[in-house]
Structure formats: C-alpha cells, structure tokens
Design a protein around this ligand. Structure first.
Ligand code: ARG
Length: 625
C-alpha cells in the first residue's frame, strides 16, 4: 500500500507530520499512474507558468508586485510612445486601472461599460435612495481589504481614497479606534523596499468575542467557543478540543511547506524566490487535481465529522468540491489575525477615483469583436432594463461600432460566453471561456433605524421601558464589527465596523453573506423572502426586540443573477488551474488583451486581482506597439 508520505515523495516534497497512517491508496495510485515513468512535459510547463502567476513573477524572477506598485503610484511609467487606439471593455476595477495607466502614457483610450447607470463592476455600494435614511450605505460587493494587499492600498492612497479599519472581529464602539492611513510597505525578494512613509502599521486587537456561533441548535459566543470548543465540536460528532480555526490553519500548513520554511518559534519564512517558484509549481502539480474535500480526507486525514464541523464554522462546506488552492489562499487572507481596511466613503470611492478624467461610455453592451492583424472592430448595444436579476429588458440591436488597434476585455469570462468573436478565438482561450468555474456569492443587507448592536442591557432597558425583554443568548455586549456564524440559511452575519455614517442614528447589517451552494439557497428566493428569512435569523440570535428598529427596505445582491457579472468570481474546480489557467490571460494576436481578477490566480475574488491584471494588460498593450 502507498503511504501518504510516498504520495508526496513522488514530487520530492518533504512534509511535516505523519498523516501517512491514514493514507488512502486510491489517491496515491491515481497519482503514480498519471505520473508514469516519464515526465509529463506540458503539465510541468503549465505548473511552472501558473506558479509564476500565483507569485507575481516571471521567468527572470522579476518582482511584478514591486513593478506594479511603482506604475500604480506614478513613480514609473509604461514603456513606449503611447500611440495606440485602445478600447477597454468593462469599467470595473481591472478595466479602469488599465485605462488609467494607458491614458497616462498617452494612448487614446475609450472605456465601454454595459451598465447604464454605474461603473465599478463587483465593487458596488448601495447608497442614497435605496435606504430609508439616505445617509446610509452598505456594500453589495467588495467590502474588506487585507493589509497585505499592498497593490490595492497603495493605489487607493495615491488616488486620495480615504480608508479606515474594517473590523473582522468585534471591538468596543469607541469613536475612532485607529487611523486608517498607516503606511503601505512592501519588502521585495530583491531586497528593495516600497514604502509610503513612516506612519505606523495598524495592528488588529484580539476582539471581544461577543459575536455568536449558532450551530446544531445551540448558540454560544465566539469567546465561549474558544474557551471550550468541545461542546460545539461534539455537536457535529467531532470529539475534539481544537478550535475549528486552528484545525483549518494546521491543515493548510501542508501547502505552506512547498514555499516556506518553518522557524523554531513556529512562524514561517518565505524561501528564496527561485525555490518558491519551484515549490509552487510542485504544489500545483501535486494538488491541482485535488478538491478541498479530497485534500482534507487524504492529506489532512480528517474524518466526516471534522469536515462538517470545521467546514461549517470556517466557511469551507460550500467549497469542498472546488480546487484546493483557492481555499488555501483565502485562508491566508481571511482569518482573525489579519488586519483589514475599508474605504471610508464606501468601496465605490475607489472606482470613482480611478474613473476621473477617463473617457467612459455607459450602457454599451459588448456584442461582438472582429479581430484581424491591424486591429479590432467592436460592436456594442444599449442596455435595456435594470442591471440586476434581469427578468425584463434585454440587449438591443448593436448600435455602436468602434474601431481600434487593440481591445482589453476586462469583463468576466462568463460574460464573454455571450460575445461573438470573428474569427473564433484560439482553442485554449475558448475552453477557458467555456469551462472556467464561476462561483456565486449572495448578500442580504438589512437597514435598522437605530444601532442596537452598540447598546448594553441598560440602554435596551431605557429604550424599551415596559416593553423590555432580555436577549435570548445572554446580555447585550456593545460592539462594532465582527460577525456571527450559523448553520442556518444565513451563514455569516457582519456588523458595521464604525459607529456612524454621517451622523445617522441607524445602520445597515450584512445579515447574510453566503458563498457557493450556500448562496444558491438565497439566489432563488424573491428579494422579499430573502429579507424576511435573514431578519428572522437575526431575530433568533438577538431577540424579537430588534425587529422594531428594522426598516422595510429589502436590499440583496445575488452576484450570480447579476446581468453583467454572471457570478461572483472565478474559483477553479479541480484540475482547472493547470488545464485552463495558462490560457486565461494570454493576449491573442497582438490585438486582444484580457484583464479581471480571473486573470490573477493569487487574488481571485479580490480587488488586488483586478488591479494586478489591469496593470499587466496595460503593460502588454504598451509593449506591443
Ligand atoms: N474576497 C471576498 C471576501 O473577502 C470573497 C472571497 C472568496 N469568495 C469565495 N466565493 N470563495 O469575502
């Protein structure tokens, strides 16, 4: 029988731990059968090129993050004279970043956006009339920026877009806890340092732990769970005293060993870049065919009960059938130890700032692209009907024609599925457009006239008088930020990170934030039912007494049903990173270029991916002149 150790040794990676005892022969047999006696050259090439993309480097080990930081903040410029006529399709962050860099370098750029009434793509802030109190706002899409996403923060800072902490964990509602403008600094493997000043880096505190876990019919605070995880774990049949977050962090450590070394104190350090590229290529070769579920069973040695427990608490359940790598990368970006920022005026202040001075035409739905040696002709039609959940409206007859030297397609591949190319695109690109898996995400936002989550029990008594009733799960703890986890339909709740927007006494709670299969459970409901169900759930957690402050506004966002996004983001299913990945961002014929977070596998579903890919496309367009 093959041991798990044998399985890994196929690629020569030494992994810590001895999970080998529970190895399943099937994986090893498959693996060794596929590897066979000779090397699979195309697969190794794909692994190497995707490893470079994940690490943002090239065949000379250039640090692309550093290069992009300089371009984005204006300390470097695109090469060449800038004489190309360029159409950028899509005014999301990728398209806008690309258009901005090309315009600054002197190119003749025009941006076409399908939406008639807004730019920003999956950065979308619900503001103004959608709320009873028009001073309020809330995010339908991107809402948090990890402090490690230096591309996003440096770009925002250089555009003057204000930021402040986003509290992933709950903190006391004091007026301002920490300034948002800490320095952005990035130390390259070349030894160079990119830094935007001397301000201290902002560090997150441990959090109050007052938010709730509600699973298998029991409700405890996160602090209670961390103090004694066993009762909750046992309710899944997992008899363990390990907190779910720790179990998940340990499981992904095995992927870290490919590119990092563990120090004596338990921390990890990056290997030199040459070894990281090699290690990442081996990781992809070893693990890209593996789903998260298979990884947890075969490599981490988890049983069903543990998968269900940790999966529920750590938001893995809906992603078990997806490729492992995405969840391993998300584990780096989403955990309680990470510090986050939000844009103070709403996330859409970033695309708005990027759009300043650009030539943008809205209500232009791309219908076809004719490409030839000398350039492209693009046809677009007007948008009719609303953008969201398009049950009426449609795309009119193509009415607009644009000739250009090059086009940057900065829209999701799911959207390109509905565009005609003449001649048809190369085989690999078509396969990527046809097959690449797009995940879905769903948010339900509930407006309250008062910020009850900032109240203690005495305030509740004063507010309710004789109508006062205690909360169902212990006394109220005044807090902002953080959120609850539940195995009900509303999987994750997030509270606002700041005490008040524009002095409004109210606020908006993200009452349900769901991914993948969990999101589908909401997608098919009417907006009214989504709202009712999410409010019922919040009421079960915090008591009937919160209902009196809920307004009747039903604001929800299904990214799958959004007419122009057609999904939340690309999350590859097993095997897709290597089989389709190398074809995703490759330019075609010197005239067609591609951008969007789907082009940047390190940062799928993050603004940083849009920025990196938009910058990369701008460089490609500029180099090709
Ligand atoms: N970046 C987004 C967030 O912070 C989405 C993360 C990944 N999405 C997913 N469906 N797995 O919530």
């Amino acid at each position: 029988m093959f041991s798990r150790r044998t399985f890994f040794n196929v690629s020569g990676v030494a992994l810590a731990g001895t999970a080998a005892a529970t190895a399943r022969p099937a994986a090893a047999v498959n693996r060794s059968a596929r590897t066979g006696p000779g090397p699979d050259h195309a697969r190794s090439e794909a692994a190497l090129s995707m490893a470079r993309r994940v690490l943002l480097t090239d065949d000379e080990h250039t640090d692309l993050t550093l290069q992009y930081l300089r371009l984005l903040t204006g300390s470097a410029r695109l090469p060449g004279k800038g004489r190309r006529r360029v159409i950028v399709v899509g005014a999301g962050v990728a398209g806008l970043t690309c258009a901005r860099l090309l315009t600054a370098a002197g190119h003749d750029v025009r941006v076409l956006e399908a939406n008639g009434n807004r730019i920003g793509g999956r950065v979308k802030t619900f503001r103004g009339k959608v709320w009873q109190d028009p001073r309020l706002r809330a995010e339908a899409g991107a809402m948090r920026i990890p402090s490690t996403h230096v591309l996003t923060l440096a770009l925002a800072d250089s555009l003057g877009v204000a930021r402040r902490p986003f509290h992933q964990v709950d903190v006391p509602p004091s007026p301002d806890i920490s300034p948002g403008t800490s320095r952005v600094s990035y130390r390259s493997w070349t030894g160079e340092l990119f830094s935007t000043g001397n301000k201290k880096p902002y560090q997150v505190g441990p959090g109050l732990g007052s938010r709730l876990l509600h699973v298998n019919g029991q409700t405890v605070t996160k602090a209670e769970y961390l103090r004694d995880p066993r009762p909750v774990n046992k309710s899944f049949g997992w008899d363990s005293a390990t907190p779910a977050s720790q179990a998940w962090a340990q499981a992904v450590e095995k992927t870290r060993a490919y590119t990092q070394t563990r120090n004596a104190d338990g921390t990890w350090s990056d290997m030199p870049i040459v070894d990281r590229v090699e290690g990442m290529a081996r990781l992809l070769d070893d693990l890209d065919d593996m789903s998260l579920h298979q990884y947890l069973t075969d490599i981490a040695g988890w049983g069903t009960a543990q998968i269900q427990a940790v999966g529920t608490l750590e938001n893995l359940t809906s992603r078990l059938s997806y490729g492992l790598l995405h969840s391993a990368l998300d584990a780096v970006d989403i955990n309680p130890a990470v510090t986050y920022f939000e844009f103070t005026g709403g996330t859409d202040t970033l695309p708005r700032a990027l759009a300043r001075g650009l030539r943008i035409e809205t209500g232009r739905v791309l219908t076809s692209v004719a490409w030839h040696e000398r350039g492209v002709t693009v046809h677009a039609a007007p948008e009719t009907g609303p953008e969201d959940e398009a049950l009426h409206g449609g795309t009119g007859e193509p009415r607009y024609t644009y000739d250009a030297d090059a086009v940057v397609l900065a829209v999701p591949f799911a959207a390109l599925r509905h565009v005609t190319f003449d001649p048809i695109l190369p085989y690999g690109k078509r396969r990527a457009i046809i097959e690449l898996h797009h995940d879905t995400a769903h948010k339900v936002l509930i407006e309250f006239t008062r910020r009850w989550w900032e109240w203690d029990e005495d305030t509740w008594k004063a507010e309710l008088g004789s109508a006062y009733r205690p909360a169902p799960h212990g006394p109220a703890v005044p807090a902002i930020g953080g959120g609850c986890v539940s195995d009900e339909a509303s999987r994750f709740v997030y509270f606002p990170s700041h005490p008040s927007d524009h002095d409004s006494p109210g606020g908006v709670v993200l009452a349900a934030y769901n991914w993948a299969g969990d999101a589908l459970r909401f997608d098919a409901l009417t907006p009214h039912d989504r709202h009712t169900e999410a409010l019922d759930h919040l009421t079960a957690l915090y008591g009937e007494r919160i209902r009196r402050y809920a307004t009747d506004r039903c604001v929800s966002q299904s990214w799958l049903r959004n007419r122009w996004a057609l999904g939340e983001a690309v999350i590859e299913t097993p095997g897709q990173l290597l089989s389709l990945g190398p074809h995703v961002s490759t330019p075609v014929g010197g005239t067609l270029y591609f951008a969007g977070d789907h082009c940047q596998p390190r940062y799928h579903a993050w603004i940083a991916g849009a920025i990196a890919s938009g910058t990369e496309a701008a460089l490609q367009v500029a180099h090709a002149q």
